[in-house]
Design a binder for this molecule. Structure first.
Ligand SMILES: [Zn+2]
Length: 336
């Protein structure tokens, strides 16, 4: 078991307030809430935005248990701000599917959100209902806590193996957090696709200064993907000043550093390969995240034949599951 923070002296003094925890109800959206005695940023961590990615939810469940224990065994521990864990797509999570009808992490488009807000909630179903409820939940958190700063950390895993990484917005702080998390950073993702949490969670929409980033903690079913997600949340709490450096185990840095040591620190999206069910896309076997590809290399097939890459580049998120709208993403190494 990976401990969250450095366990110090034993005392019963508590500095944080547990508002609520989760009892393993699959249909429940909230994973947990923890509010510190000192005011500070609101950190909202989302797990299972894709229902077949349980690692983020499991990591957050453990995080709230550890936050409950920490003040009891480390009397100097205190939390600045509030952290909330929430499930993105509750119905897909209950069914262990990426989505039911459409990818929830492609629906965060202002026009679409405006439309579903106008509709009677009873008429909404599947991902539209999930989107509306998730947004209402987050807005309620902002309304009640009234933070000066909002951070959104969206926890994901990939169907392929080989490497953790952060997807950031173009915001300097988003990139800065990602670098300091000790995970490779992939920039320029926003231009690749539409309607993700990274596109939507910004001040214009939340009415509070907002920084968003996505952390990919490894392959869906790898047990260590949970540990790496815990490490990312812990490091994020430290970077935004919610927990003190001395209260955090350096094993979290070590775990992420070890897993990303041979990967490029910063890279940028070159292009994505969109797919439709009719295209019958199939990735060729054994490709991994951050695999180096040479111009002309064939990596997949579809109804039109083999698919090759046009230039030397790196591969991320080759699709090895049936549901998905992108077959793979190509990136190249760059600097901040
Ligand atoms: Zn995902």
């Amino acid at each position: 078991m990976l401990l969250l923070l450095a366990y110090g002296t034993r005392s019963r003094k508590t500095s944080g307030l547990i508002v609520s925890g989760r009892n393993g109800n699959m249909g429940q959206r909230i994973i947990g809430e923890y509010e510190g005695s000192e005011r500070g940023p609101l950190l909202i961590c989302i797990g299972a935005m894709h229902g077949n990615e349980p690692a983020g939810v499991k990591a957050l469940e453990m995080m709230f248990k550890m936050l409950e224990v920490e003040p009891i065994i480390n009397e100097s521990f205190h939390y600045r701000g509030k952290i909330v864990g929430v499930i993105g797509n509750t119905k897909a999570y209950a069914q262990k599917k990426r989505f039911l009808e459409k990818d929830l992490n492609r629906q965060f488009r202002e026009m679409h959100i405006e439309k579903i807000r106008q509709q009677d909630k009873a008429e909404l179903e599947n991902e539209d209902l999930e989107l509306r409820e998730l947004l209402e939940f987050i807005e309620d958190q902002i309304r009640t806590y009234k933070p000066e700063k909002l951070y959104i950390l969206d926890l994901h895993t990939t169907s392929s193996r080989g490497g953790i990484f952060c997807l950031t917005t173009n915001d300097d702080e988003s990139i800065d957090i990602a670098v300091n998390l000790h995970a490779p950073v992939v920039k320029g993702f926003l231009k690749g696709i539409r309607g993700t949490t990274l596109h939507y969670f910004k001040e214009e929409n939340t009415k509070v200064p907002t920084v968003a980033l996505t952390f990919e903690s490894g392959q869906h079913d790898e047990p260590l993907s949970i540990n790496r997600a815990i490490a990312a949340v812990t490091n994020c709490m430290r970077i935004i000043g919610s927990v003190r450096v001395e209260d955090v185990e350096n094993r979290h840095d070590k775990l992420l550093n070890e897993y990303s040591k041979n990967l490029p620190k910063v890279s940028e999206l070159l292009r994505r390969h969109d797919i439709t069910p009719e295209a019958q896309f199939k990735m060729r076997p054994n490709f991994k995240n951050f695999q180096r590809l040479s111009a002309g290399e064939i990596i997949a097939d579809d109804i039109n034949g083999p698919i090759d890459v046009q230039e030397d580049c790196l591969l991320i998120m080759p699709l090895y599951q049936t549901q998905g709208e992108e077959g793979f993403f190509l990136i190249k190494e760059t600097t901040i």
